[in-house]
Design a protein around this ligand. Sequence first.
Ligand SMILES: [Fe+2]
Length: 193
Amino acid sequence: MARRALDEVRHSRRCFALARAYPGLPWSAGAIPELAQERPQQPGPDEGDAWARLVRGSLLEGCLGEGLAASVAGEASRRASGPVVRETLAVISEDEGRHAELAWDIIAFAPERGGGKARQALRQALDALETRRTPALPNIPGVDESFLETNGVLPQPELGRLMDECVQRTRERAGACLEPGRTWWPVPIARAS
Ligand SMILES: [Fe+2]
């Protein structure tokens, strides 16, 4: 299994362990019926083009989505009061930041390797950034907002601020990848001697 997928499993385990610490009850993932449902079929004009799917998914889910996850977890870690919550969120933030950078590698090489189709896909994905909405916190009746904040859950306005920042950063960095003459060179992976 890819390291990224194992990271997500580790995040889930740590979060369920944290959740258990509050009421003393074991929590685990239940069934996710949405996964069994067919996704809505709404082919866009670029459907069927592998570059379009790769670039759009990388920019929106990777660069923006995982970049936002890294920002949110990092800020939540700094505001949390308990050392276990802080450390858990710091680990998640670091992992998500690394996941986002993998997506940025794709965005960086796509315009050169995929030619006009990839550049067009990147322009369309940049337009789609504007349609992304801030994730909404679930309503938890009877739980004070300041309690949530010191336990790793940011207030909704703060989520909105971080989302705006991430959209802006994503737009600027991806836009730079479209600049004429920009060339992507793979960075060799350092090996231990
Ligand atoms: Fe991730």
